[in-house]
Design a protein around this ligand. Structure first.
Ligand SMILES: NC(=O)c1ccc[n+]([C@@H]2O[C@H](COP(=O)([O-])OP(=O)(O)OC[C@H]3O[C@@H](n4cnc5c(N)ncnc54)[C@H](O)[C@@H]3O)[C@@H](O)[C@H]2O)c1
Length: 300
């Protein structure tokens, strides 16, 4: 199998000053890409800003003979990040939505600001960057987009109601972009990574932080952005050198006779069957998801 290369490709990596984003940026540059290293340079909870984080990554790329430009905008001004890619390199091929912050608090103590900031950076930020890049990707009939979801969104995590909302929201966002992008050869996938970073250093013990290298996540991102890839609309859990794809699973369910309406008591009576995953279905789109409902209408 030949090496995956990104020569002449322009890659935007948001939040590329630290952790996962830094690892992605270095790897894309190593593989020949011109990289926009975006980072606002604030704290892990979204306060302040500085140029240092992005500059250090650009220095590292350039010292290794690669090509990169720093960008210090917030992802909430995603159009400016995209403009920087156009101004410096004249095109965009790959968008890695990675920037993130945490404002962890139990739901009872969560403030509007905690909710809004997490939404702004993760969801609005990914929207703004991708939305500004989208016309360029469509024009080129080529694009690879990654959004960074999280196990917290998939499974929930104590103290992360805001973050869980944002992270699974990004998966939904990627599902629709995958549908809309397909005919333009724009592939959109979501990753739910686990890695040692300043974001996880308050949660995980130091020896584990050391072992969970961001470099075990980046290869999946590179593979998904390969120009020969056909994968789109996927959601992958990845970390510690392990990678697996997720999908929705739905119980066979129960179709009720609705000629006389449907009662809560009838649902209660069939509850075990409604929740029984034996021979479960795996609907892949809304049409497939609706099939049994439509059949039930016909059986009326
Ligand atoms: N580390 C993990 O285990 C893990 C797990 C699940 C999801 N994630 C997600 O992966 C992504 C990267 O996380 P990380 O662990 O590398 O964290 P990190 O804190 O090391 O890196 C995040 C980077 O994003 C930058 N950033 C924050 N707000 C920004 C903004 N408004 N505009 C531009 N840049 C901004 C920060 O300055 C920082 O450099 C995040 O989206 C995070 O939610 C990480």
């Amino acid at each position: 199998m030949s090496d995956i290369r990104f020569d002449d490709r322009v890659v935007i990596v948001t939040g590329a000053g630290n952790g996962l984003g830094k690892s992605h940026a270095l790897e894309f540059a190593k593989r020949g890409a011109k990289v926009i290293v975006n980072d606002l340079g604030g704290s892990a909870t979204g306060e302040g800003e500085s140029k240092g984080a992005a500059d250090m990554v650009v220095d590292e790329i350039q010292a290794a003979g690669g090509e990169a430009v720093a960008n210090y905008e917030s992802v909430t001004d995603g159009d400016k990040i995209v403009q920087s890619a156009m101004d410096n390199f004249g095109r965009i091929d790959v968008v890695i939505n990675n920037a993130g912050i945490l404002r962890d608090k139990s739901f009872n103590k969560m403030t509007d600001q905690d909710w809004d900031l997490v939404y702004e950076v993760h969801v609005k930020g990914a929207y703004k960057v991708t939305h500004a890049a989208w016309p360029h990707l469509r024009d080129n009939e080529y694009g690879r987009v990654i959004v960074t979801a999280s196990a917290a969104g998939i499974y929930g995590n104590f103290g992360q109601a805001n973050y869980s909302m944002a992270k699974l929201g990004l998966h939904g966002f990627s599902q629709t972009l995958a549908l809309e992008g397909k005919k333009y050869n724009i592939l959109v996938n979501a990753i739910a990574p686990v890695a040692g970073s300043r974001m996880t250093e308050t949660i995980l013990p130091p020896p584990l932080i050391e072992q969970l290298k961001p470099q075990y996540v980046t290869p999946l991102v590179v593979k998904l952005c390969d120009e020969n890839s056909t994968e789109t609309g996927g959601l992958f859990e990845v970390g510690a050198g392990w990678v697996g794809k997720l999908r929705w699973e739905r119980a066979k369910g129960v179709g009720f006779n609705i000629s006389d309406g449907l009662s809560a008591e009838a649902i209660a009576k069939s509850w075990d069957q409604i929740c029984d995953f034996t021979d479960a279905d795996h609907p892949g789109n809304t049409q497939e998801a609706m099939t049994q409902m439509m059949q039930n209408l016909q059986n009326k």
